[in-house]
Design a protein. Structure first.
Lengths: 249, 317
């Protein structure tokens, strides 16, 4: 019975949407059927756009991961560095991304680099915070034991702190992966030139020519992309750490 | 996606109008019921809307029984959607936009064009060696991606796969920073802003490429409310006043929009004049031009075959 509840909720939502679409003109709210038809007829372009947006958000996530992890390790190494730089890392999180995206176009030109950068900026902070907390999340006894055996700082990092930080890192990644999709689409709103097509560009293009069916279809593809990315992170998490730490949920 | 900007536009509308009616002219009309009209613009406050601001500032609407609040827009501003949803009572649009969106359920009628010639065009750096649209054969053009104007250009010039359309956010900053950029422009804004910033530019009129919908077109809800003719008459009077002396409205526009610096207003006022009057005179509309635009949109597959402009416009006495 409880397995059917999400399906029933989806059916009710669809019904409510369809009911509302009878009341409003398609330019304000297209019907589910219109979204489906336009999504189907434009599926080749939508899929290609989803793939390109996925690449940008994955690129951004990788960069955010590299910087976030490096930042976490640097902060672990030096409390002074942490005190000096952490406030600025916080600043990155509060950057109004919509406002700086046009500047990125000036610096990087039109194309994927803008979307990769905006994705990286929004995904950076959750990863840095997770790394910062996770790398310190070991007990004094564990550190003392390794020190006793003569393990260097780097050996302690690789053999103890990194594995121990994985649950924290994955928790940060789960937040970051959804943000990176949103970040990429915002970058595409401003910096994509439509060749190759991207989801952000398609949303802009279709809404300007009142093709709201396509706009909604593109939004659904973006949602599906974020869900798939989240699923991939969960899968990696269950493979990598569940056997060691039990279910991290 | 369509509702969000609409809500944002409404949220941003507070404090944008500052009616200072002429106190000498308060008649018994004030005793009758007044009509509240929110007028949604389709772009930032700029002199292309000067007559509407003059209508408020000079009391032209007030005297005709209207309390008008002007709601500014920006890129992708959903002025016609706001009109259809009843959140505003009047909207500024263009002839092509009305035709395309009526086909998608928008209930709007074009009643009075402030611009005979489309104020749109492309802005290029003067030393780029580009003097007509035909001279453009590659590169990026920043404009409203997906707009009928963009589709027309790409169709007419065969630019698919050669020239890329990139989003235009409304600032000339990237254009000024990069000499190779071509961008969309309104004669009432970017050419003078760019010249004011020291750039040497050329404006290629959309009308010269064959794209000439009525611009800054006042649209009212369908069916037309009974105050429509009075509103149009007040609008026409306001625009005549603005053409004689634009200083008051332009000063207000400068306050509302940082890009519209007071020292640019001379350049803009002079530049927009011929676009407003055209060859038929301010406010005129003809069936030939409306049907020509509908025909173009059918060719671009933005309207179904056989569509006409019937019902999309009405000249009010």
């Amino acid at each position: 019975m409880s397995r059917l509840l999400p399906l029933a909720a989806a059916a009710l939502l669809l019904l409510a949407w369809w009911g509302l679409s009878l009341k409003y003109p398609p330019v304000l709210l297209p019907s589910p059927l219109e979204v489906l038809t336009e999504g189907w007829s434009g599926r080749a372009k939508l899929l290609e756009a989803t793939w390109n947006t996925a690449l940008s958000s994955a690129g951004g996530l990788l960069i955010a991961g590299a910087f976030g992890m490096s930042g976490g390790i640097l902060f672990l190494r030096s409390r002074w560095l942490e005190a000096a730089l952490y406030p600025y890392a916080l600043l990155v999180q509060t950057v109004p991304i919509v406002a700086i995206a046009p500047l990125l176009v000036v610096w990087l030109g039109y194309g994927a680099p803008v979307a990769v950068t905006t994705a990286a900026i929004v995904a950076f902070f959750p990863i840095l915070t997770a790394a910062n907390v996770g790398l310190r999340g070991v007990s004094e006894e564990q550190v003392e034991l390794l020190t006793l055996y003569g393990a260097s700082w780097w050996q302690q990092l690789i053999k103890l702190r990194l594995p121990a930080s994985l649950p924290y890192l994955f928790s940060g990644l789960r937040t970051a992966v959804g943000l990176s999709v949103i970040g990429a689409i915002i970058g595409e709103f401003v910096g994509s030139n439509g060749a190759p097509p991207t989801l952000g560009y398609l949303v802009l293009q279709s809404s300007r020519s009142a093709q709201t069916g396509t706009t909604f279809a593109a939004i659904f593809f973006a949602t599906a992309l974020a869900l798939a990315a989240f699923g991939a992170v969960r899968l990696a998490e269950s493979r990598l750490i569940d056997p060691w730490h039990g279910d991290s949920q | 996606m369509t509702l969000l900007p609409a809500l944002l536009a409404l949220a941003c509308s507070g404090g944008t109008s500052d009616p200072t009616p002429d106190p000498a002219i308060l008649t018994e009309e004030d005793a009758v019921e007044r009509v509240e009209v929110k007028l949604a613009l389709n772009w930032f406050p700029e002199p292309e809307f000067g007559g509407f601001y003059e209508g408020v500032l000079g009391g032209h609407y007030e005297r005709a029984g209207f309390d008008v609040e002007i709601v500014p827009g920006g890129p992708g501003a959903p002025s016609l959607e706001l009109l259809t949803s009843g959140r505003v009572q009047a909207a500024i649009s263009t002839a092509d936009d009305i035709l395309v969106k009526r086909n998608r359920g928008v209930k709007a009628v074009g009643v009075w064009p402030a611009f005979q010639l489309s104020p749109r065009g492309l802005l290029v750096h003067a030393d780029a060696g580009i003097h007509t649209v035909e001279d453009i054969t590659s590169g990026d053009i920043a404009l409203e991606v997906g707009s009928p104007f963009q589709r027309y250009l790409w169709d007419k010039m065969g630019w698919e796969g050669k020239v890329q359309a990139v989003p235009y956010g409304g600032s000339v900053g990237p254009f000024l920073a990069d000499k190779s950029i071509i961008q969309q422009a309104y004669i009432t804004s970017e050419p003078c802003v760019a010249r004011g910033a020291g750039a040497s530019v050329e404006f290629l009129r959309a009308a010269d490429s064959g794209w000439n919908p009525y611009g800054v077109l006042l649209a009212l809800p369908e069916p037309l409310p009974d105050w429509s003719a009075d509103f149009v008459a007040a609008t026409a009077t306001a625009w005549e006043a603005y053409m004689k002396d634009p200083s008051r409205a332009n000063a207000r526009i400068s306050e509302l929009n940082d890009q519209m610096k007071p020292e640019l207003m001379g350049c803009i006022t002079e530049a927009q004049q011929p676009f407003i009057t055209g060859s038929d005179g301010m406010g005129a509309m003809s069936v030939t031009r409306w049907e020509a635009m509908a025909g173009l949109l059918v060719r671009l597959e933005l309207l179904p075959a056989g569509s006409t402009a019937a019902g999309a416009w009405k000249e009010l006495p």
